[in-house]
Design a protein around this ligand. Structure first.
Ligand SMILES: *Cc1c(COP(=O)(O)O)cnc(C)c1O
Length: 499
C-alpha cells in the first residue's frame, strides 16, 4: 500500500461527504437581507447537511470517479445480449445540431418540421427493415417497448371481447419478458428448450389453448441461435388466436437479412441502444421503439406512425385506430432518434447488412478460436451474433464462472454476461459485435485462452483472488442488492471516543 492509498495516477476517491464538509461552500454570497419566510410549516428545521466543496474539489471528485468507470470507448465490452457496440462520433455530432438538441416538446408542431421529418424517416426505415405496419417510437427502453407491445396485444384481445390470461415464455428468455407479462397480470407459462438450445413448435403446441394471449420469443434467441421453427411457431400461435411478441433485442444479428414481420411477428421492440449504436446509459437515454403488425397497428400507444402518417393524440385516430393510450409524456428520446438515424444513413442498406454479417462472423471467430479449451454449449448449431459457453470446462478446477469473469477484469476486459441464459449451468455469453477489429478479437481470444489454461493447470488463486488490480476487489454483491446503504451517516468520533 502507498502512503496516500493512491496507486500511481489512479487516485483513491472517498465519498463526497468525506471530501467536503457542511460548513464549507464553494461560493461567496452576500448575507441575505432580513425577510419573512413564506414557507410556513414547510420551512426546514435543521440544516440540510450537504457537503460543501470548492469548485476544483468538486471537479476532481467527479472526474476521478469517472475515470474508474469502464466504457466502450476504453476497451472491449463483450456482454452478450447487451450489444455494446461502438457509438460513432458522427451520431453525437448530429444529435447536437441545435435544430434537434434545443427544441422543446411543447413547441407548436409547425415550428419543428425538421424533427418530425427525422422521426418520420426513422419510423419509415424501422418499418421497412422489420416489415411491420406501425411504430411507436416513444418507449424509453427495450423493457418499456415490451410493455407497449404487450399492452397493444391486451387491447387487441379486449377489442375482440376475449380475456386470455396466459403468456408463453421460453426458458432461455431475458428476465424482462416474464416480468412484463406478470406486470400486466398474465400467468407466465415456461417452455423448455430442446437439447440443441432452440424451441420446437411441438413444445409450443402442447401449451396452446384458448387461454393463451401471446408467446414472447427472442430470435435469434439468447443462446445466440436462430430459431429454426420460428415461422411454424408463429402459425401455430396465430391458429390458436394468440399473438406473437418478438423480443427484438437481438435484431442486430439479422438486420438486412431477415424481416421479423415476414416471420410472423406481431409486435417487437427494437433497442436503438443495441442495434442502432446509440449509447447505453445507466437507465438514462435508452430508446425502445415498438413495431406492430397490421393486426396490432390499430392499438399502438400514441404518438405513433402508421406508415407515414403520425397519429398524435388518442382523439386524432382515424381509420379505426383504438390506441390504448400514451406511455410517455411527449415523443420519447429525440436525441436517440437522431443518433440512430445518423447510424442508418452513414451505413446505408448494404452497410447495415454488412454490420450484421460482421457481428455474426466475429462471434463465430471467437467460438472457433476457443472451442478446444472452453465448452461451447451448443456446438452443432452455427452461432449468430453471440456465442454461449458454460462452466463444464472448469469442472474440477475449483474455479467458477464468477471467478473466471473476475480474472478477466484483471486482464483489462469487461466480463461477458454470466449465468444468463439460465438454460446452461454457469453460462458465459460473449457478444463481440461488429465494431471490434481483428487485432482486438485476437487479444481477447489470447487472454481467454491463457485464463482457461491457467484454470486447468491449477493456478486457482489467479481466479479466486481476482480482481487484484481493480479499484475494488470482490464486493458482497448479494448484500449490496438486498440491503443497499443509500444514505450517508457521518461517523460520530466524539461519542465513540467517550464510550
Ligand atoms: C436488453 C434486452 C432486453 C431489455 O432491453 P432494455 O433496453 O435493457 O430494457 C430485453 N430482451 C433482451 C433479450 C435483451 O437483451
Amino acid at each position: 500500500m502507498t502512503f496516500t492509498g493512491n496507486q500511481a495516477l489512479r487516485i483513491h476517491e472517498p465519498l463526497i461527504f468525506e471530501v467536503g464538509h457542511t460548513e464549507a461552500t464553494g461560493v461567496d454570497l452576500p448575507e441575505p437581507a432580513p425577510h419573512t419566510s413564506r414557507l410556513g410549516k414547510q420551512a426546514r428545521k435543521a440544516p440540510i447537511d450537504l457537503p460543501g466543496l470548492t469548485e476544483p474539489e468538486t471537479m476532481r471528485h467527479y472526474v476521478r470517479l469517472s475515470r474508474q468507470n469502464y466504457a466502450i470507448d476504453l476497451g472491449m465490452y463483450p456482454l452478450g445480449s447487451c450489444t455494446m457496440k461502438h457509438n460513432p462520433r458522427l451520431n453525437e455530432k448530429a444529435a447536437r445540431f441545435p435544430g434537434f438538441a434545443d427544441i422543446h416538446p411543447l413547441q407548436p408542431l409547425s415550428t419543428v418540421p425538421g424533427a418530425l421529418e427525422l422521426m418520420k424517416t426513422l419510423s419509415h426505415w424501422l418499418l421497412v427493415m422489420t416489415d411491420m405496419k406501425a411504430v411507436a417510437l416513444s418507449p424509453k427502453a427495450g423493457a418499456q417497448g415490451e410493455l407497449a407491445g404487450m399492452m397493444a396485444i391486451r387491447a387487441a384481445l379486449k377489442a375482440r371481447g376475449e380475456d386470455r390470461k396466459t403468456v408463453l415464455v421460453p426458458e432461455s428468455a431475458h428476465g424482462t419478458n416474464p416480468a412484463t407479462a406478470a406486470a400486466l397480470g398474465y400467468r407466465v407459462e415456461g417452455i423448455k428448450a430442446r437439447e440443441d438450445g432452440t424451441v420446437s413448435v411441438d413444445a409450443v403446441r402442447e401449451k396452446l389453448s384458448d387461454d393463451v394471449a401471446a408467446i414472447m420469443l427472442t430470435n435469434p434467441n439468447t443462446c445466440g441461435l436462430f430459431e429454426p421453427e420460428v415461422a411454424a411457431i408463429a402459425d401455430a400461435i396465430h391458429e390458436a388466436g394468440a399473438y406473437f411478441y418478438g423480443d427484438g433485442a437481438n435484431f442486430n444479428a439479422i438486420v438486412g437479412k431477415a424481416k421479423p414481420g415476414a416471420l410472423g411477428v406481431d409486435a417487437m421492440h427494437i433497442n436503438l441502444h443495441k442495434t442502432f449504436s446509440t449509447p447505453h446509459g445507466g437507465g438514462g437515454p435508452g430508446s425502445g421503439p415498438v413495431v406492430l403488425s397490421e393486426r396490432l397497428a390499430p392499438f399502438a400507444p400514441v404518438p405513433f406512425f402508421r406508415g407515414d402518417e403520425l397519429v398524435e393524440r388518442v382523439g386524432d385516430a382515424q381509420g379505426g385506430e383504438m390506441p390504448f393510450g400514451r406511455l410517455v409524456a411527449f415523443h420519447g428520446q429525440m436525441g436517440m432518434y437522431v443518433r440512430a438515424m445518423a447510424y442508418m444513413m452513414s451505413h446505408g442498406a448494404d452497410g447495415l447488412k454488412e454490420a450484421s454479417e460482421d457481428a455474426v462472423l466475429a462471434a463465430n471467430y471467437i467460438k472457433a478460436s476457443l472451442s478446444d479449451l472452453m465448452s461451447v454449449s451448443f456446438p452443432d448449431r452455427p452461432s449468430m451474433h453471440e456465442v454461449l459457453f458454460d462452466e463444464r470446462f472448469l469442472k474440477g478446477t475449483g474455479v467458477t464462472t464468477l471467478d473466471f469473469a473476475k480474472a478477466m477484469i484483471d486482464e483489462g476486459f469487461h466480463p461477458m454476461t454470466m449465468y444468463f441464459p439460465l438454460v446452461v449451468p454457469g453460462a458465459m455469453l460473449i457478444e463481440p459485435t461488429e465494431s471490434e477489429s481483428l487485432a482486438s478479437l485476437d487479444i481477447f481470444i489470447a487472454a481467454l485462452r491463457d485464463l482457461a489454461m491457467a484454470a486447468k493447470r491449477g493456478d486457482t488463486e489467479r481466479f479466486t483472488e481476482a480482481p487484484k488490480y481493480a479499484p475494488r476487489r470482490r464486493l458482497d454483491e448479494t448484500r449490496g442488492a438486498r440491503k443497499p446503504v443509500l444514505t450517508y451517516e457521518a461517523p460520530e468520533p466524539a461519542r465513540e471516543a467517550a464510550e
